[in-house]
Design a protein around this ligand. Structure first.
Ligand code: ZN
Length: 579
């Protein structure tokens, strides 16, 4: 951006608050005196608007002479002459003249109410400035003889009168939240006054910059692979081309394939702090992995053994230290692990229990477990049952953000909310599918639920508006339990495993996938997206492997991949879908 300081400005220093110094020169009268320019007068409305935007920008940057030339040559004018005069008088604090200008502007204003409101704002500033100057009698005069007779916003008039009691400027400023007499507060006043004026009469402040800002926002919204916390702003983005994140930086490349499980891998989840990954398998082990964000890789930290039925599901405690692991279909036990000490607590209350799903509350001091035979408990950290719910057959659980209500999908293809404290259940969600719900998860805003529905695929529901928002396309979902996940910056993305051995990624706003990732050779049971390091994703499969997906620049270099030759073979095996 050009600095006004480098430019020769005819009338000295720039005055950002004064966007319309040159208005008078834009009068058609002035232009008509110059025969050479008559032919170049712009009559088309759009072009006039563009010229005005440029003129306002130049003027704000202190390039007043150029703005003046532009207005002269184009035959346009920045603001209506009366509006320009009004602005000047407000900025000068010449309240009587500003009030007179307001009468001139009256025919351009429309509703009478606006005029009264504008007058009120002017008088308010005048009153406060008198108070700050210690001109108490003048201030009182404004209050009694000018503000009060308007019979407008009487509560504000009462408030204003109470400021009379302020003993000094500091007190006045702090009580009024007003910047004090000077160009800043007058500029704020002018911005407020401007909102009552049609744009044809006076341009809104910094109009060109706000349009450009909107353009960047829209470009970021439309960017298919936008997975960054960096704001796309005017001072960081180029305006010369549209913003577009490179797809190479998206986690669609196989960085690692791990074969440490010796049977089907059923589930995976990153710890909330993003530093660890847990995977669970039919081989009866839960493996804890260290996560290395710099290389987008993981390495085995420890193996938690002894899940005799196999480990099919797990939930990390918010502390990223404890986790609960559940077994598959008929498993009566859940295991509460401390992954640092490897201390394990078996939670089981009866060999007849079936406990296959679990969730932690937000504080991490309680959890719920349940299963499809109707056992549904809330427990403390010792595994003791705090509350029991009789006869509810559940297959997936999630606490709401309030920490009291628990969402549970049941065998009637619905998700209901259960409050263990009041022992009340309600259909607050009114979330009813026509086919079995295999698994679901809730986004971090506690607003959206992502559901894998048997024979249907992945559905997105709004928990507040109780409606189905989107049916994501492409995925193959039969009757296997497949898990999907929210992920990426701002949880703008959704990913799911699939029975066609692929991983699907969608933008949350679009039903067509933005990427399908190949490499697994059997059903992909679960996908986990790192909640902190948004460029790491993991998938696990019946093919017994774990695949770590990262950006292209994290692909292993050929020279170091000799020990793991499978790494490079499938590294580019993803297809971009046309959407
Ligand atoms: Zn982007």
């Amino acid at each position: 951006m050009q600095s006004p300081g480098n430019v020769c400005v005819q009338n000295g220093a720039s005055n950002p608050s004064n966007g319309s110094t040159e208005n008078g020169h834009g009068d058609s009268e002035a232009i008509n005196n110059n025969a050479d320019l008559i032919n170049t007068v712009i009559v088309d409305q759009t072009n006039q608007d563009i010229v005005r935007l440029i003129g306002q920008y130049l003027s704000n940057e202190g390039l007043n002479r150029t703005a003046e030339s532009l207005m002269d040559e184009s035959g346009c004018r920045l603001d209506h002459p009366s509006a320009a005069k009004f602005r000047q008088h407000v900025m000068d604090g010449d309240w009587n003249k500003a009030d007179h200008d307001l009468q001139e502007l009256k025919p351009l204003l429309g509703e009478q109410l606006n005029l009264v409101e504008m007058k009120f704002l002017l008088l308010e500033q005048k009153y406060l400035e008198y108070l700050e100057d210690g001109r108490v009698l003048d201030a009182l005069h404004v209050l009694r003889n000018e503000l009060t007779p308007l019979q407008h916003n009487t509560s504000r008039v009462h408030q204003l009168s109470s400021y009379m009691m302020c003993s000094n400027t500091e007190e006045l400023r702090s009580r009024t939240n007003w910047e004090g007499k000077g160009p800043n507060s007058r500029k704020c006043l002018m911005d407020r006054l401007q909102t009552f004026l049609p744009a044809s009469v006076m341009l809104p402040p910094n109009r060109l910059l706000s349009l450009l800002h909107q353009a960047l926002e829209l470009q970021a919204l439309r960017c298919k692979h936008h997975n960054t916390s960096l704001d796309i702003r005017l001072n960081t983005a180029s305006l010369l081309t549209d913003h577009c994140c490179a797809k190479d930086s998206f986690p669609t490349h196989t960085v690692q394939i791990l074969n440490d499980h010796c049977d089907e891998v059923w589930f995976c989840q990153f710890s909330p702090d993003g530093t660890k990954l847990a995977t669970c398998s039919k081989d009866t082990n839960v493996i804890i992995w260290n996560v290395y964000p710099e290389t987008c890789t993981i390495s085995l930290k420890k193996t938690l053994e002894g899940h005799s039925y196999g480990a099919a599901y797990l939930a990390w405690n918010p502390d990223s230290i404890h986790l609960i692991a559940c077994g598959p279909e008929e498993s009566p036990e859940v295991w509460l692990w401390n992954v640092e000490t490897e201390k394990c607590l078996k939670v089981s209350h009866s060999p007849d229990d079936v406990l296959t799903c679990c969730a932690w509350n937000k504080e991490g001091n309680k959890f719920v477990v349940g299963g499809i035979r109707g056992h549904f408990y809330q427990c403390d950290m010792e595994g003791s049952i705090l509350d029991t719910w009789e006869g509810v057959r559940v297959n997936c659980l999630a606490y709401r953000a309030d920490g009291k209500n628990v969402l549970a999908s049941d065998t009637h293809h619905r998700i209901r909310s259960y409050n263990f404290e009041e022992l009340s259940d309600h259909n607050v969600c009114r979330l009813q599918e026509e086919h079995p719900i295999m698994a679901f998860s809730v986004d971090k805003n506690d607003r959206l639920a992502l559901i894998n529905v048997a024979t249907q695929g992945v559905h997105l529901w709004d928990l507040q508006d109780h409606c189905l928002v989107r049916r994501f396309q492409g995925v193959t979902q039969g009757h296997f339990t497949i898990h999907s996940t929210f992920g990426g910056h701002n949880q703008d993305f959704v990913a799911s495993g699939s029975e066609d051995n692929q991983v699907y990624i969608w933008h949350v706003r679009n039903e067509l996938p933005i990427a399908t990732l190949s490499g697994h050779t059997r059903t992909v049971n679960c996908v986990a997206w790192n909640p902190v390091y948004h460029n790491i994703m993991v998938s696990v499969s019946d093919d017994c492997t774990i695949r770590v997906w990262g950006p292209k620049d994290k692909l292993p270099k050929p020279s170091v991949s000799s020990s793991n030759s499978t790494n490079s073979s499938n590294s580019n095996s993803w297809n971009e879908m046309v959407s």
